[in-house]
Write a protein that binds this ligand. Sequence first.
Ligand code: ADP
Ligand code: MG
Length: 325
Amino acid sequence: MIPPLHKPPGEFDLIARYFKPLAAREPGALGLGDDAAVLDPPPGRQVVVTTDTEVAGIHFLPTDPPASVAVKLLGVNLSDLAAMGARPWVYTLNTAWPRGVDETWISAFCDGLAGMQKRHAITLVGGDTVATDGELVLTVTALGLVETGRALRRNGARVGDGIYVSGTIGDGALGLVAATGGLGEIDRDARDALIDRYRHPRPRNDLGCALVGVASAAIDVSDGLLADLGHLCAQSKAGALIEVERVPLSSAARAAVSANGRRMVTVLTGGDDYELLFTASAPLADELAGTPVRRIGTVTAGEGVRALDAEGREMVLSSLGYRHF
Ligand code: ADP
Ligand code: MG
């Protein structure tokens, strides 16, 4: 006999109760009642598509607050849209739930999705719901819209362009250190601020849209500032020179670095900031679309990333644990 298919709380109950309300604003979602969604991109726009998967125990801890897991899952996808200069539009959600998953977890997770949908004007339009004997696996595919031919690319940086970052760098990676019991020597508020940054990415979508026609190249900072600058340089067939003391730090990150100077390595090489790193030929104001931006260096001929310390000496990046690969 073929064993019965086990599905969590009832696949169709789950869809109707938790996912359908998240799809209410987009008529093309067809109330999640059909086999697929039918979408109309506005005339003159291209559709930008990105996807990211998060696995329990690898990308988040099963004990993380479910709403935080939702914020991160949508946040990493929204950050990719920001880096392309695309306005968030719609997304799909694939879920593989471990048998016996707690329905209150699902409910809190969907509350987190609802908050992000509101903040970033994006709507659920479909997905898939299955049961698994393994860990919880969540995949979002996000679609954004950009004026035809104007998407921001990694490959447009030219020698002499300024290199800019938004917001502050290093909080995500320091937040992971704090969330796993480290940074005991800085005060509790600073630690909490860093953990909040790690758990709740704030994708820079308004800035991303404002950079269309302004930035010559862009990438989001997910792997770490130096690594992501390396990716942008490689695609642009150029090099970069940055002044490390110009890299913007939050007051919490500054406290962590002054307690232990080696933490600057974490700031420059750690990931999970979800800021935008971009290049521009014309000088920029220190705020764009309500977002602070700071010039940290210049695009150079040649290849690879070089960094100057506060005294103007070239830093040996391999000693920072930075690897070219
Ligand atoms: P199929 O059997 O064709 O895969 P499903 O029964 O899986 O269809 O899905 C029915 C409808 O519910 C589809 O419109 C699908 O996009 C939607 N759906 C299923 N799971 C989810 C989910 N996790 N989030 C959003 N929509 C979902
Ligand atoms: Mg299905």
